[in-house]
Write a protein that binds this ligand. Sequence first.
Ligand code: C2E
Ligand code: CA
Ligand code: CA
Length: 645
Amino acid sequence: MKLHRKLLVYLVSLVLSVLLVFGFINYQISNTANLDNDKHILQVSLQYHADILANLYRDKPELNTLLEHLQNKSRSPFFISILDQNSAYILKQTPPAQQYMPPPSQLIQARSGQANVAGQLYLWERVPIPGSPYQLLQIYQSRYADSLLNNLTMRMLITGLIIFWLAGWLGIVLSTTISRKMQAQTNAIQYQSTHDNLTGLPNRLLLYEKLERAILLAKDKSTQVALIVMDLNRFKEVNDTLGHDIGDQLLCQISERLQKLLSVSDTVARMGGDEFAILVTHSNETHIRDTIDNITDALRKPFSIKELLLEAETSLGIACYPQHGEDARTLIRHADTAMYLAKHHDELFAFYDRNKDPYSLKRLTLMGDLRRAIENEELELNYQPKAHILQRQINSVEALLRWPHPIYGYIQPDVFVGLAEQTGIIKPLTRWTLKTGIAQCAQWRKKGLQLSVAVNLSPRMLHNLELPTEIQTLLDQFALAPECLELEITETAIMQEPERALEILGQLHAMGVRLSIDDFGTGYTSLAYLKNLPVDEIKIDMSFIQSMLNDKADAMIVRSIIELAHNMNFEVVAEGVSSEALFQHLAAEGCDIAQGAYISYAMSAADFDSWRNDSNWMIPACPSTNPAEAIVLNLERGQPRDNSV
Ligand code: C2E
Ligand code: CA
Ligand code: CA
């Protein structure tokens, strides 16, 4: 991990620099201390011998007295000689060949001195022998080089051990603190991604997981599982007439009542909006009917909110394992269908009935319509600007699909992209989106706008090994540089088949295409896993962004994601930035890019061209070979203008 590697490098360089400084100081101290010590030894010994010789000479003042006394007195590391008044040698204690005798010229000039001979240090000093015309010369073969080395090694060893010990502790303390902080942030993100912000109930994702587990268990024990989906009738009216605050409180009170009813093994979840789900495990027919009665009874009593008494009307749809479906996805869909049927027929609840499922029929029709719409080029691609917060300019746009259906009107992309994913239609659909987006981007570039286009990639496409080649062919066809294309992929898409996804993403990244993780925070991917992916950017899901001003937990999540993402060198995009306040807040948090209604909703290419002419957002001009063209593009409020539009 980058942070840990950095920490290690810091600690090792810290230890080495401290060792270096300590080593130098130690060397200086030992050097001076040892030399002073040797000089002192030499002086003491010299004075001692001079005093003895002076006494002997006083009793018997002859040169022989001195010479006799000094016979064989030279012993390593001390060597003694007698000099006359002119500092000429009288007695040379015959030293072995490698030993040193100061030359007479030096003896005349100085009282003491030192010399380095063959890597060995010799100190010498001469003093007059009191009461005689002679001088005593003593040479000392210093051992300070050895002791300096020993001393230094010892000190360095001790210092090194202490520093390594300290650095070790520091490393442990720092890495524990950082790991704890990261773990807490990851836990918070994980909790947030599996729970509903308002009620604290498990969300759709966690319910799905629990349902899958309950089905496995039921399979083993041959029991039943019931999924009850509950929707409030006319909840929109509560929101519109009494305000969202009252609406929120109503949802919270409903969630509390539901939780009180259920046993520990059952789960209440909020599926989104005014839709709840209750998962009943180990159930049988009577138990399910009792639970339904309990729910309807509990919700029949009015809710008291700010001196208002509100009644909540609900519709319940029930699908059971194994009768109505054998996997979580089917059970949820069938419970939903049953709920819509109950609502439609003004009933309190309905069990799923295959014969009354209109959805499957509508689905089939829609599939055929979608196939035709792609062939007849009836789909539309809209573009939503992504604004660089610091530079206050638009560097790229996200391409978003629109399907104007001749009977149902505009169908939401989440609906038909989901349908297309379940069949082979997703391939031609993605091909069309990529081709249209790339062609549009190439056209903008030709007009001199330095824009990139971001295309959403469905999870299914990450299984297609031909995708990189197909994209390269399209880029070549429209002569667009790969850097101008961004691909947005959700975390869950990567997690479905990580190995193959990694291979395809690696190839795309090597081509130069930018990769972005969409809806970040809603899946299970940790940032730690993302660091292995060749990703350039992450997009924080709008559910966190839109509530961050009112919800401290969400604000904390956003801050943590920004901080961690920056640590991993990812750019951070905030989605659903719908107000100036949000924009400013994100700017203060260091977020790089903002996308949302505050800048603009998605619009057709033609509308985008008019929008950019009127908006305050700058679009940088392509570096042009023709300077006059570049100047024209930057006219008026620093905003690009294209005369050909
Ligand atoms: P997404 O990729 O997360 O796209 C962002 C969605 O948020 C878009 O909805 C956009 O219009 C909407 N949005 C942006 N700013 C705001 C805002 O400030 N407030 C609100 N309330 N909404 C905002 P849209 O266009 O309905 O797309 C929904 C989803 O459909 C997309 O989510 C994406 O998952 C999918 N989709 C759209 N186009 C394509 C496509 O070409 N291919 C694939 N595979 N999926 C697509
Ligand atoms: Ca997207
Ligand atoms: Ca998104």
